[in-house]
Design a protein around this ligand. Structure first.
Ligand code: NAD
Length: 458
């Protein structure tokens, strides 16, 4: 096989290209962002993804991995071309396919023989067929009739553990219509075939739907435990025990049963919206997913209400915010619950001292509207110092083992909002905090807990 090209070097495209080169294939990664490609050529990784830098360096040195901004080269030199560009939502919730279309048409402009065009971006059902039409249109304009196949190969990696996920997937889904394309895809993933990774060979449409169904299911599971957590607060139950017991049931599994401030990130919010839109379009509404979207939105607002309930007026209150990324081990803040929560708290008059181990640069432009209200700090303790309350928004490991006596000393009042449930209420109350988790007992008991703390202080 000749080279493989990957178009788009974002979280998915870069990891795909880099890991395929590590499988021993010759890979050309292409992006139209000149700055990104210049950095990558020098071995500088434009995103934070643990472990990626070492593999990039190894494969550049071994001449298996190259970066370019030239689409012509990427198309002419390869047999298999992956499309891994973004598919962000447009206003009505559907996926914006303009980047996929631009790439498909560009590929056709430079085709010089048979190609397999692999869609790795998450796209609505029917996009594979549209890619075919776009390519055919461009080939007709050139008056040439090269053969090609379109394959759907959705990606399931998680940011933060992307390298491991790509190289040890639970399954590889390949939606293809020709044995020739399928055979080439098997060569691409030869290493995984040898490792006995399950392969699901299916139609293009089924592969496209598998991705949305998987993400929507996970988003629904998170939302389910969030709603159970909210109920726990009313009835005086502890969601951590509920989730632990549920997770012991093999049919349920303990994963994605961690309550918090709502899901975020570059995938779940847009993919749930897109699936709901597809369902409506085809007259087969996916009502559970529609409700998941609504409940997730309200979960973020419930977190704001929880903080206001605990602190009273937020006018001129200074909040120490720990964590901005949508989850740990990434610098990605796309749709991070932190964005909604901080903006809503700001509307109530709050000011912020913030710290995130990796997302500070991204936060500076995403929260630019609040620059006069936010102080960016060097570490967690600087953020906590002199603040009226501490709010944990992302469960980075380093926030799991805070020096609690020091935190208590540095805070003006020991208000501790743990929106990721990384501490236990009993322990925190014993340590003298006014502790607010998610779903850890009755709300009206908080007042009692606070009174106990106040009594100890006297
Ligand atoms: P991203 O925004 O990080 O990267 C997209 C890249 O494509 C950017 O570098 C951009 O410059 C480049 N690009 C856009 N138009 C281009 C063009 N015409 N030519 C060349 N390059 C172009 O996006 P991402 O997070 O990597 O997501 C890509 C796709 O993968 C999306 O459909 C997403 O839903 C899906 N996906 C993402 C994840 C994830 O965890 N991020 C996981 C699974 C699937």
């Amino acid at each position: 096989m000749n080279k493989i090209s990957v178009i788009g070097t974002g979280y998915v495209g870069l990891v795909t290209g880099v890991c395929l080169s590590d499988f021993g294939l010759n890979v050309l990664c292409m992006d139209n962002n000149i700055e990104k490609i210049e950095k990558l050529k020098q071995g500088i990784i434009p995103i934070y993804e643990p472990g990626l830098d070492v593999i990039v360096e190894r494969n550049i040195t071994n001449h298996r991995l190259e970066f370019t901004t030239e689409m012509k080269r990427a198309v002419e030199e390869s047999d298999v071309i992956f499309i891994a560009v973004g598919t962000p939502p447009v206003e009505d919730g559907s996926a914006d396919l303009q980047y996929v279309e631009a790439v498909a048409r560009d590929i056709a402009r430079y085709m010089n023989g048979y190609k397999v065009i692999v869609d790795k971006s998450t796209v609505p059902v029917g996009t594979g067929q549209r890619v075919k039409e776009w390519v055919r249109e461009e080939l007709a304009k050139r008056n040439v009739a090269y053969e090609f196949d379109v394959v759907s190969n959705p990606e399931f990696l998680r940011e933060g553990s992307a390298v491991h996920d790509f190289t040890h997937p639970d399954r590889v889904v390949i939606g293809a219509e020709s044995p020739k394309a399928l055979d080439l895809m098997k060569q691409v993933y030869r290493v995984l075939y040898l490792n006995e990774t399950p392969f699901i060979e299916t139609t293009i449409e089924t592969a496209e739907l598998i991705k949305y169904a998987s993400n929507a299911f996970l988003a629904m599971k998170i939302t389910f435990i969030n709603e159970i957590a909210n109920l726990c607060e009313k009835v005086g139950a502890n969601v951590q025990d509920v989730a632990k017991a549920m997770g012991r049931d093999g049919r349920i599994s303990p994963k994605f049963l961690h309550p918090g401030p709502g899901y975020g990130g570059s995938c779940f919010p847009k993919d749930t919206l897109a699936l709901a839109k597809i369902g409506r379009e085809y007259g087969s509404p996916v009502t559970l997913v529609e409700q998941t979207v609504r409940a997730n939105d309200s979960q973020k607002r419930l977190m704001v209400a929880k903080i206001m309930e605990g602190l009273g007026s937020l006018v001129d209150k200074q909040l120490a915010i720990l964590g901005l990324a949508f989850k740990p081990n990434t610098d990605d803040m796309r749709e991070s619950p932190a964005l909604v929560i901080i903006n809503e708290l700001a509307k109530q008059g709050a000011k912020f001292k913030v710290f995130d181990p990796k997302a500070m640069e991204e936060a500076k432009w995403r929260l630019k509207n609040l620059e006069d209200r936010i102080t960016y700090c060097q570490n967690e303790y600087e953020a906590i110092k002199g603040s009226d309350a501490l709010v944990i928004l992302t469960e980075w490991n380093q926030f799991r083992s805070l020096n609690l006596p020091r935190v208590k000393d540095l805070l003006k009042e020991p208000y501790f909002f743990d929106l990721r449930n990384i501490y236990k209420r009993d322990m925190m109350e014993k340590a003298g905090f006014y502790y607010f988790g998610v779903g850890q007992g009755k709300r009206d008991e908080w007042t009692e807990g606070q009174q106990q703390v106040a009594a100890t202080k006297e």
